[in-house]
Design a protein around this ligand. Sequence first.
Ligand code: DHB
Ligand code: FE
Length: 279
Amino acid sequence: MAKVVGGITTSHIPAIGNAMARELYDDPYWKEFFEGYIPAREWLGKVKPDVAVVIYNDHGLNWFLDEIPTFAMGAAKEYKNLDEGWGLSQLPPVPGDPELSWYVIESLVNNEFDLSMCQEMVVEHGCVIPLSLFWDPNNWPIKIIPLAVNTVQHPIPSARRCYKLGKALGQAIENYPEDQKVVILGTGGMSHQLQGERAGFINREFDLDFMDRLVDDPESLTDLTTTDLVRDAGSEGVELIMWLAMRGAMKDKVTAVHKHYHIPISNTAAGVLVLENSD
Ligand code: DHB
Ligand code: FE
């Protein structure tokens, strides 16, 4: 049987990709940020998942504001990546797992999550930056299932809806009859706002509380409305709903095997969490 072996959160900002291309790992601006990923990579090296479900948002590459699915899952053999304007180099396509994708899609639709299904899907920084932080793009040792969540065109799905989607996702994976180790990535966040008068807004207190509650009391975060999130985490901080989707796919009790918070990186508060199921 397949198993959800863990959940990871990470920022996905494009600047990370450019910093990696320039190998700025020891640069004073980047050092502490990149150090936050070392324990996560060590954990992945031990656990060796076969598949990563990457919960991310498309920022205008595969879809634009004229047409955007609330939830969309990839069911492709591989996923090409493109840069939608950040100067990022193209990385080798990432292999998919269409069989598991279709199994999960069918299970989600049967559980009242009528998501879009994509046999072709181009992925961008929201998906690819997290992957390249954890694995080697020159020889991807992982297959992916991208799960795109609309966080750019309002109305976006609620925190509670995303948490419930995660629950249905976790159940679908654990019912899959093949032996597969699956890790769930919740990308984006933490607090940030890229536009308007509050551009550059970061809320450390909110972020640290969100991280604690995501581990121990995720249900309480499902009361947050989109307005609460925009007010407290910024207009792009709403990406945190994808962290809740990841958390929903985990069991009720989890252990945080790694936790790192760093501000600012580009315009964003960056948090890394590595969670394991404890029951
Ligand atoms: C930044 C943050 C994002 O979430 C994103 O999608 C693009 C850029 C930033 O902080 O620069
Ligand atoms: Fe983003």
